[in-house]
Structure formats: C-alpha cells, structure tokens
Design a protein around this ligand. Structure first.
Ligand code: CMP
Length: 138
C-alpha cells in the first residue's frame, strides 16, 4: 500500500482545459492510474475532505474554490509514490515551484494550484478511500 498516492486535479485546471495535459505529465513520470473519476464536489464534501484545515484563515476560500467546478480524483501507483508525486507537482505556492513541475506549468496561485497530492502514506489511504470504494480501486 505504501506505493500509492492520491491526487485531485482541481477546478482551476479543469475549467482551463488542462486535465489531459496534467494526466499526460503524471503518466510520463511513471505513475499508473489505478482509480479515477471526475465529479463536481458540493461545498459540504469539499469541506469534509479538507477538514484538517478547518481552523485556517483560507478554509472558506478553499472550500469555495474546490466546489467551483469539476475535479478529477485519482489513485496513482509507483514505487515511492507519495514522495515522488510531491516532487512532480512542486511547491504549494507556484511561485516557488521548480521548472518541470505540474504547478510551475499549470498553477496560478497558492490557492488555485491545479493539483493536490497526499503528504503521507496514511493520508493517501484515507483520501483514496474518501473517493473510491474497494471495488473501484484496481
Ligand atoms: P493542497 O496541497 O491541496 O492542500 C491544502 C490546500 O489549501 C492547498 O493545496 C492550497 O490549495 C490551499 N492553501 C494552502 N495555503 C493557502 C493559502 N495561504 N491561501 C489559500 N489557499 C491555501
């Protein structure tokens, strides 16, 4: 299970038509998609997913943003998936993201940063299970 991570392509990227480009970068970096779905989150669901950030000043803005348009949720498999995927997406703030990363190419701000990536194996499992039943994880 430690070779899996969870990602979401966020509404900013969906609305700009960047879903295919981001999936292409993910595939080219050697990740295998083992679950995937596109959906429009309600504010309630987005708030539940980001519940750990409830006390943060940006929580309201984050919930509004994440329920603004469709997202693509996916579980990805690769050796050292969590760490390697965080390298591929780059820093939360795109201004600090390195050349060649997904956020450098597609994100516009710290809030509207195109993609999410799990920060630990434990959270990858929790986040993947939030979106996908056992039958939907291949
Ligand atoms: P993500 O990696 O999905 O995890 C938490 C999200 O909160 C983060 O990406 C950003 O979209 C958002 N976020 C983090 N810090 C800020 C901030 N200072 N202002 C607005 N949104 C933020």
């Amino acid at each position: 299970m430690t070779n899996r991570t969870f990602t979401m392509i966020k509404p900013d990227a969906t609305l700009k038509g960047n879903t295919g480009g981001i999936l292409d970068m993910i595939n080219k970096a050697g990740f295998r998609i083992v679950a995937m779905k596109m959906m429009h989150l309600s504010a309630e669901k987005a708030g539940e997913f980001y519940g750990v950030h409830k006390e943060r000043a940006f929580y309201g803005e984050l919930v509004e943003f994440m329920s603004r348009g469709a997202i693509t949720a996916a579980i990805l498999e690769k050796e050292n998936a969590v760490e390697d995927f965080r390298k591929l997406i780059g820093a939360t703030n795109p201004a600090q993201a390195e050349e060649g990363t997904i956020r450098k190419k597609y994100a516009t701000s710290i809030g509207e940063n195109a993609v999410h990536g799990s920060d630990s194996d434990e959270n990858a499992q929790i986040e993947g299970d939030f979106f996908f039943s056992k039958l939907e994880q291949f």
